[in-house]
Design a protein around this ligand. Sequence first.
Ligand code: NAP
Length: 264
Amino acid sequence: MEKENTLTVAVLGAGNIGSAMARGLAGSGHTVHLYNRGAARLESFGSMPGVVPTQSLEDALRGADLSLICVEGHAVMPLIGAMGRFLESQSVVVGSCAAAISTEELSEALGRFVSQPKVFRLLPNIAATAGKSTNLLCAKGIGNSDLSALQSIFECTGTTLIVEERLFPAAMALSSCGIAYAMRYVRATMSAGVQLGLSPAVAEAITAGVLDGTAALLASGKHPEELIDTVTTPGGLTIRGLNAMEAAGFTPSVIAGLTAAAKV
Ligand SMILES: NC(=O)c1ccc[n+]([C@@H]2O[C@H](COP(=O)([O-])OP(=O)(O)OC[C@H]3O[C@@H](n4cnc5c(N)ncnc54)[C@H](OP(=O)(O)O)[C@@H]3O)[C@@H](O)[C@H]2O)c1
């Protein structure tokens, strides 16, 4: 699994996440065998370059270097059971996007068919559908160079971070759940903007632009508090707003929400 090679990837499940993965992988030159149980979700992929849609698990796995399971959590183990007789090589690499299934469980299930299972978890968030996911990656039975190759392969759907599996609940609270929290922040700023006389569309456009600009500023490597200092003129309006938000419990609310979401 060399970084520079294009691969044949079996993406198993064509829901929101599987479709996004298929688009990203095909867009970066890989060949995708996109399997789905039902026909409906495959229809839009009929003429997409690099994607071969199929309802046959056997066809999807034939010649695949890598498989990525993107079905609902309850369907993962039955799917691995069904994959067993079609796996062509002992060195097959199988990953899963399911939120709550560990590499230990994946390895045990795949171990019924191959002697030394190579498994990974890839936890995207829903921004994968816009090519802007923050993916979390960990693996079992896969060496560092292949892990870094996987990281590079999945950059096609957004940033991919290698995270220790024991920290997945924490990282998922910030990443997968984080989209919902950021959206709630957007909705709150829109409510304030409308109260102040802006149209919802203008309030939304301003907030989206601010979030985009904030991400770009963070890429400079500066600490958030240093960047805040550049905006908060002493005695000015920004610090007045910030202090009013903190008095209403902004930081403790965010910490309480994230720690609640990270409880397993
Ligand atoms: N959405 C997120 O933000 C997010 C983030 C991180 C991880 N994930 C994980 O990604 C996986 C897919 O999520 P999603 O949001 O893409 O779901 P989704 O859009 O609802 O799609 C569900 C997929 O699972 C398939 N499926 C359901 N039951 C099945 C069964 N019994 N046998 C075979 N296939 C079955 C569906 O196939 P049919 O069309 O045939 O029903 C469809 O391909 C889940 O494991 C989820 O935990 C999702």
